[in-house]
Write a protein that binds this ligand. Structure first.
Ligand SMILES: [Zn+2]
Length: 297
């Protein structure tokens, strides 16, 4: 199991060509879909610890065609295509990437044959560094962008220095649905990618900024984990605040990283540890993110 998630970690950051090393039997991965609200459906995988299909996809299908948020891992692209057909859509006209990680942009090359890839400027920059041209977004934005399709305004807003430096949150305003990308791991400790411009401070702040503007009855598609509501996202934000406070207080009192890890997290958050981000890794991420800030001052 440990090796399995180590490999997932590798997949997140490596080229499609490295996928051959991945031992998963992708034929066994089941892709499901659920109607969220209005024109929006969520495509998810059976991520049960034995299989991993990549981040959740949101699809808006309607009279103007399909717009899709994220594209999962490369080897399951055909299953994603089949799910879109079942939902009643054709090949997506637009594929918006929430960020650059391989488990969210893996299908880009396949979908860019018929559709246009859209993402924040930094997603293109980073994809140009380690992906082939058919993965690169061709429509980019610095702050925000709107699509007007299927009777709704789809707002794509960049939130800086959070999960990475190129993350967007997508609001389907007509359907009252939001796709959080990896600014939300539902019921799980999050991955914050300090090597790609992410910070724990920015991550938590971004989640708070989004919470402040979301309507109470919004439906929330997380980057990973089950479909959620606003209370679920509030709980996630409280977890971020409480675990960060615990680690930073211990840092201020002069404790070493090993000592802080040995103390662990509060009881309430112990069940949020998972194979990819176990408690110790989350503590280390907080520690490193705050150490960086201190040394920059
Ligand atoms: Zn990610």
């Amino acid at each position: 199991m440990k090796n399995f998630f180590l490999i997932i970690f590798t997949v997140l950051f490596t080229l499609g060509s490295s996928m051959a090393l991945f031992p998963q039997d992708f034929s066994k991965i089941e892709i499901g879909h659920v109607k969220v609200a209005g024109t929006v459906h969520m495509i998810h995988g059976t991520d049960d610890g034995k299989s991993f299909s990549g981040g959740n996809i949101a699809v808006s299908a309607g009279k103007d065609g399909v717009v899709m948020i994220d594209s999962k891992l490369t080897p399951i692209t055909d299953k994603v295509k089949a799910a879109i057909k079942e939902i009643g859509g054709d090949s997506p006209k637009f594929i918006i990437n929430t960020h650059v990680h391989g488990d969210h942009i893996g299908g880009n090359a396949a979908f860019s044959k018929d559709g246009s890839l859209v993402a924040h400027t930094n997603v293109r920059k980073r994809a140009m560094g380690n992906k082939t041209e058919d993965f690169w977004p061709i429509i980019t934005f610095d702050h925000s962008l709107s699509l007007h399709m299927n009777g709704e305004d789809i707002k794509v807003i960049h939130y800086p220095a959070g999960h990475t430096d190129g993350d967007a949150v997508i609001y389907f305003q007509g359907s009252n649905v939001v796709h959080m990308g990896d600014h939300y791991f539902s019921g799980l400790l999050p991955f914050v990618d300090l090597d790609n411009g992410g910070t724990v401070q920015g991550y938590s702040q971004n989640v708070k900024t989004v919470l402040d503007i979301l309507p109470e009855d919004v439906k929330i598609v997380p980057g990973h984990g089950p479909l959620s509501n606003k209370d679920d996202l509030r709980t996630f934000h409280r977890m971020l605040q409480e675990t960060t406070s615990r680690v930073t207080a211990a840092m201020k009192s002069g404790k070493s990283l090993d000592e802080i890890k040995a103390e662990g997290l509060q009881e309430e958050w112990k069940g949020w540890s998972w194979s990819f981000i176990p408690t110790e890794r989350w503590i280390e991420t907080i520690y490193n993110s705050y150490s960086k800030k201190q040394t920059q001052k």
